[in-house]
Ligand binder design. Sequence first.
Ligand SMILES: Cc1cc2nc3c(=O)[nH]c(=O)nc-3n(C[C@H](O)[C@H](O)[C@H](O)COP(=O)(O)O)c2cc1C
Ligand code: SF4
Length: 447
Amino acid sequence: MSTLLFYDEIDKPGLASLSTYHDIGGYSMLRKALDMEPQAIIEQLLASNVRGRGGAGFAMGRKASFLPKGDMDKYLVCNADESEPGTFKDRELMQKNPHLLIEGMAIASYAIGASRAYIFIRGEYMHQADVLDAAIAEAREAGFLGDRVMGSDYSLELWVHRGAGAYICGEETALLDALEGKRGNPRLKPPFPAIEGLYQGPTLINNVETLMNVPHILRMGGEKFAEIGTSGSTGTKVVCVSGCVRRPGNYEVELGTPTRDIIYGLAGGPPEGRKIKCWFPGGSSAPVLPGTDEYMDLPFDFESIAEAGSMLGSAAIIIVDDSVPIVDVALKTAKFYRHESCGKCTPCREGTNWTVKMLERIENGQATPMDLDIMASVCDQILGNCLCVLGDAMAMPISSMIKHFREEFEEHIEMARERNGLGAAIPVMNRDERGPDRSAEYSAVGH
Ligand SMILES: Cc1cc2nc3c(=O)[nH]c(=O)nc-3n(C[C@H](O)[C@H](O)[C@H](O)COP(=O)(O)O)c2cc1C
Ligand code: SF4
């Protein structure tokens, strides 16, 4: 049977209150942590090999070990922006089990020597922010936060900071600028936040779900935790399944669970009579994969999804069935990233805009198949050439759609031209006439 770390008790009545959380052993791992040396906690995180749950999948223990030792002001920041389309797990986790996040943050703060911590939460999550504020007040009142935590020499203040509603503020350095009261624009890296982050102090930034794993890691021990999942993708993952499925929702699975078990087993597969055309494995910024058996049989973990040409990202699976034109999916995706681009760098600002324009030309019957090559080349110019990966977050899925569904794009171009009476259909070139197929290059780029 699959191990559950979060969802075995997530619907327990009253779990969001301190008394219920305390009754099931809550805050006992904070007590344990305070009796340990901070470095010993980091060793446990390293042994667990837990990887970040916010998108990039970087090992939490390694990131925590990058922070310098010493008496300078250090910070812990929880990324609760959760703006990636298709992602809605942090919202449920924070709303139903806020004290697990607070306990995880208190342990992580102690481990890195931070006396101030922040939860940066997306502005639309008003209810979840209220739940967190109430839980923090309870925890402070009970001595789990504030001066001399649980009678120790360690003190910690924790605040909830509500964002103003921009996807880019989920990017860790833009988030730090927003937290400092500035416009949320990404910063040049390096220096990375672990060295120079909030108020120029060393800062550990982690996703909600990553930090909620910390009490579990201390309870089980890092090595035991690492036995869950696969060797490279340890632990469980809350997977958000949405789009054309019968039972959309959040499901916790061990990393490495067959994708088919998640999409068809837990989420019920596509509606009656429909087939899966493609799916985003990790939110809308992940390259799409076809819905064929080969891809359904993939173990759902960081390595397998990367090897297949996509990425696990935030583990938000979005299903597209065969009733949805791929051009519609591409246009919606590109429009989102155009709207959310902060505009700081040219390839992203102009490239997202050009991609939307070219997709609109396809819709309006003004395009030719050559536009697909131009669009792929625009995406190519964005990839790896921007300050942050928001530009790539549009280029990767669009490139993957052209790679896997070129024929459908070409048919769409033909039909739209005929429908709109904008001239005779342009003959579609075959592969030899178009020149070498460069589509493989477009999917070879990681996040
Ligand atoms: C445009 C953009 C948006 C992002 N949005 C989020 C987000 O909403 N939540 C999140 O946890 N990470 C987000 N990330 C990833 C963060 O930059 C960062 O990698 C993450 O918070 C680190 O936490 P983790 O190691 O626990 O995953 C985003 C990255 C980019 C480039
Ligand atoms: S890639 Fe886009 S969002 Fe990121 S810094 Fe450049 S313009 Fe801004």
